[in-house]
Design a protein around this ligand. Structure first.
Ligand code: PLP
Length: 470
């Protein structure tokens, strides 16, 4: 007889749409999504019949169809950009959204975004204002400088500054600082896009003050320093710092621009991390214009901050590119909130998630790892999984402090019944995807980047990935 008549058992789309569960589903989920899901399920069913599954199995699949459709349609309807759990220990993880914003700040972001605001309205004068005004004072209070503005990201900040200060002119850069950051941000390319002409000086490992001086011509518009964020040149090296460069600045009246990358605003060596040149340091050393990211070590939203001499910042504000690079109200609100914490360094270290995670104490890491291990042991049979706590290292990430290895604690899983690769894949498909590190056939969960209130979710995710949900 063959399987042909089994096809007649497959319900029609319209029949399914009339079922109560499906009708109920369409109250929350658009009909088009539900219909798509039904089509896929039916297609699936046809495939199964072609592959010769039994009549019994077909019947039970059909009986379960509405609940299946419900689950699938809900998944289809969920947000594409969504919260994840970062168990990698990479704090500023560019692929996972870099810095987290403190929820207390988000209350004001929500308030501003869901109501009208004074985004470009001067409440004192009762007339049109500037969106940059909200951040300028706080930036100056925190880092110094005569003026400041904020654009979409640091790449845009560098481009805007070069275009404003050096279009059609020459900018001198050390060969040791011609960096690529990733996402195809390369200093030579940014330079040519901005219309400035790159003049390379020195060698990869050594650049001297006289290299810069020899390259100065009447066409020189600026000296550019670029922070080599994501790598280090070690050994027989020498670079000219901005303080030395300011000698040339005085002598030839040429401004210094510095792309600082990460935007460190506190001396991290006080917290057992590597010392990083802060924005304040650069300004004190005589740099005229400093640019840095908002969402790397500063710990705020994606943004590019430009701070320094008023005449250059004013010129940047008038550049038509500024309109193309401008920040929206969400960014302004989140950055203002983040910067306010810096008025009190202790608060910044406690309230800014990036800084809090980077400086997490040993005791906290121990406590968290023990809590996670215990919770897994209490919830999952040891036939499925073996658990250990191991010393390991976290990374700063985001191309910041690349040589820094921060001691951490990992909960390490040995997966028994399924392959480690399917386990890892399942973790990624959990409702709140869990991103972990694999090493030598074991799964590493670095507790530094797992928030306290996420520990139970991690256990649920593991149960889901093992297929032992209750
Ligand atoms: C990260 C970085 C950039 C790019 O900053 P975004 O905010 O990601 O656009 C530019 N320059 C340096 C030195 C960096 O480290």
């Amino acid at each position: 007889m063959g399987n042909r008549n089994l096809f007649t058992l497959i319900p029609k789309i319209d029949e399914l749409l009339e079922k109560d569960e499906i009708k109920e589903l369409m109250r929350d989920i658009p009909r088009i999504t539900v219909v798509d899901t039904i089509r896929e399920e039916i297609e699936d069913l046809r495939g199964k019949i072609k592959n010769g599954i039994s009549e019994e199995e077909i019947e039970s699949t059909i009986n379960n169809l509405p609940s299946h459709i419900q689950a699938k349609a809900q998944k289809k309807d969920s947000y594409k950009l969504k919260r994840c759990i970062n168990a990698t220990g990479v704090v500023i993880h560019t692929n996972l959204g870099r810095s987290l914003i403190n929820k207390k700040i988000m209350e004001n972001v929500l308030e501003v975004a869901s109501h009208y605001s004074n985004l470009e309205f001067d409440l004192e004068k009762g007339q049109r204002g500037s969106r940059y005004s909200h951040l300028e004072e706080i930036i100056k209070d925190v880092v110094g400088g005569e003026a400041a503005m904020v654009v979409n990201n640091n790449a845009a900040a560098v481009m805007l500054v070069l275009s404003t200060m050096a279009k059609g002119k020459e900018v001198i850069v050390s060969r040791g600082e011609l960096i690529e950051i990733g996402g195809s941000f390369r200093i030579p390319d940014v330079m040519s896009q901005s219309g400035a002409n790159l003049v390379e000086v020195g060698t990869t490992n050594k650049t001297h003050l006289w290299d810069y001086e020899k390259a100065i011509t009447e066409n020189t518009a600026a000296l550019l320093k670029v922070h080599t964020s994501n790598y280090r040149v070690v050994g027989f090296t020498s670079a000219v710092d901005s303080e030395e460069l300011s000698v040339l600045k005085e002598k030839y009246d040429i401004p210094i621009i510095e792309d600082l990358g990460s935007g460190v605003l506190v001396d991290l060596s006080k917290y057992s991390l590597e010392y990083e040149n802060t924005v304040q340091d650069s300004l004190k050393r005589g740099v005229d214009v400093v640019t840095f990211s908002g969402d790397k070590l500063l710990g705020g939203p994606q943004a590019g901050v430009i701070v320094g001499k008023k005449k250059f910042i004013d010129a940047c504000k008038k550049n038509p590119l500024t309109r193309a690079f401008r920040v929206d109200k969400f960014t302004i609100a989140a950055l203002e909130g983040t910067l306010k914490y810096y008025l009190d360094e202790k608060k910044a270290m406690e309230e800014i998630p990036t800084l809090r995670m980077l400086t997490m104490t040993k005791e906290t890491l121990n406590k968290k790892s023990r809590k996670l291990k215990e919770l897994i042991e209490n919830n999952i049979d040891s036939a499925y999984i073996e658990i250990e706590i191991e010393d390991s290292y976290s990374e700063v990430g985001g191309g910041s402090l690349p040589t820094e290895r921060i001691p951490t604690k990992c909960v390490v899983l040995d997966i028994k019944k399924i392959s480690i690769n399917s386990f890892e894949e399942n973790l990624r498909h959990y409702d709140i995807p869990l991103i972990a590190r694999l090493n030598k056939d074991r799964v590493y969960l670095d507790v530094r980047t797992i928030e306290d209130e996420e520990i139970e979710l991690v256990v649920k995710g593991i149960k889901y990935a093992l297929g032992v949900e209750d």
